[in-house]
Write a protein that binds this ligand. Structure first.
Ligand SMILES: [Zn+2]
Length: 345
């Protein structure tokens, strides 16, 4: 009798997660310390070749909405709007955000949206050691698994920053890297996401994977308007999750098959490691160079090459646009997390 009542309450009020034990997890907004067991498991023999990043859907008529940096208290408004049009999207979530908003993550998952990894503390991955990258991924995967019961296979590097070392680490962890085909620059507040996506949709179908965010109210508001616009102009397009539009698995439990490290050990060791700040003070836009950012749209398929010579002239205007949008995305994420950190501190 109790169970059906609980289910009914859940359906009315939404999913509820038992309070997460924050002491089990690393502090938010700090790169977790390396864990010897995890590092040994994944870094013992890195692959010599790595696959390219996913930047588009396989079918040009497909459209995969993606939202980064949540879950936040503004995510439910996006979920409601998506539900109104029966749309499914993919959310690249930050582990420390999940710690604060587990119910929202569970609601998104139960509503049929896809959940993917966006790291624990939103660092610049190329600036981290391989051991720190493993820790960023594993803690995020661990908390996602605790909340929704499955382990994502897709991940998006913060700021879109990635190089072949980072790719090889992620490949060793059997993860799939997803970038984006269009940066909506929703963080600027001056650009209208609805207009950007409307223009893109009118221009032609190209398997679009747009980058949007759901960390702040103004980003979520932009997302709502953008969905309204897409519903007007994207007739005939199929809105799918990343797994649906790439034909690849969204979840894979093999990542967490090993035992989790002792939280007390991890926390204790955090004071003696080289863990870096989640918000490096360096100018992140300078990092968005062709050598660290995948930057070609010349391939006939949706995957970017993994090793680009990095010539600014390579690939023509589209590449330039990708780098510029990447820079804007970097600024977006940095501004968002600096503000978020200020709220916490
Ligand atoms: Zn981000």
């Amino acid at each position: 009798m109790f169970f059906p009542v609980a289910v009914a309450v859940s359906l009315v009020l939404g999913a509820a997660v038992a309070a997460l034990d924050a002491s089990k997890y690393p502090p938010p907004l700090a790169v977790p310390p390396p864990n010897a067991e995890w590092s040994a498991r994944f870094l013992g023999s890195l692959p010599s070749t790595v696959p390219g990043d996913i930047v588009r859907c396989r079918d040009n008529a497909d459209y995969a909405l993606t939202y980064d940096d949540g879950p936040s208290k503004f995510t439910p408004s996006v979920l409601s709007r998506l539900a109104k049009s029966s749309l499914k999207a993919t959310f690249f979530v930050v582990g420390s955000q999940v710690l604060q908003n587990p119910d929202i993550l569970l609601n998104a998952y139960r509503a049929g949206h896809e959940i993917a990894i966006h790291t624990w503390s939103h660092p610049h991955l190329p600036s981290l050691t391989s051991e720190q990258i493993v820790a960023e991924i594993m803690w995020t995967a661990t908390i996602i698994k605790e909340v929704i019961g499955v382990t994502p296979k897709f991940m998006r590097p913060p700021y879109g920053e990635i190089d072949d070392r980072v790719r090889s680490v992620l490949r060793a962890m059997n993860l799939e890297v997803v970038i984006w085909s269009i940066d909506t620059e929703d963080w600027t507040g001056s650009k209208t996401v609805a207009q950007t996506l409307r223009d893109n949709a009118v221009k032609g179908a190209d398997g679009t994977i747009p980058l949007e965010h759901d960390l702040y109210d103004f980003e979520a508001s932009q997302a709502l308007q953008a969905i309204d616009a897409l519903m007007e102009v994207a007739k005939g397009r199929s809105f799918k999750t990343v797994s649906q539009c790439t034909g690849r698995a969204a979840y894979d439990e093999s990542l967490l098959s090993g035992a989790a490290p002792s939280p007390s050990t991890s926390r204790a060791s955090s004071t003696s490691t080289t863990a870096t700040s989640a918000i490096p003070s360096s100018t992140f836009s300078a990092r968005m160079t062709p050598s660290t950012r995948a930057s070609s749209t010349t391939l006939p398929v949706q995957f970017l090459p993994t090793s680009q010579p990095g010539s600014p002239a390579q690939g023509g205007g589209s590449n330039g646009a990708a780098r510029v949008s990447g820079t804007f995305a970097a600024m977006s994420c940095a501004i968002a997390f600096v503000a978020f950190a200020a709220l916490l501190l």
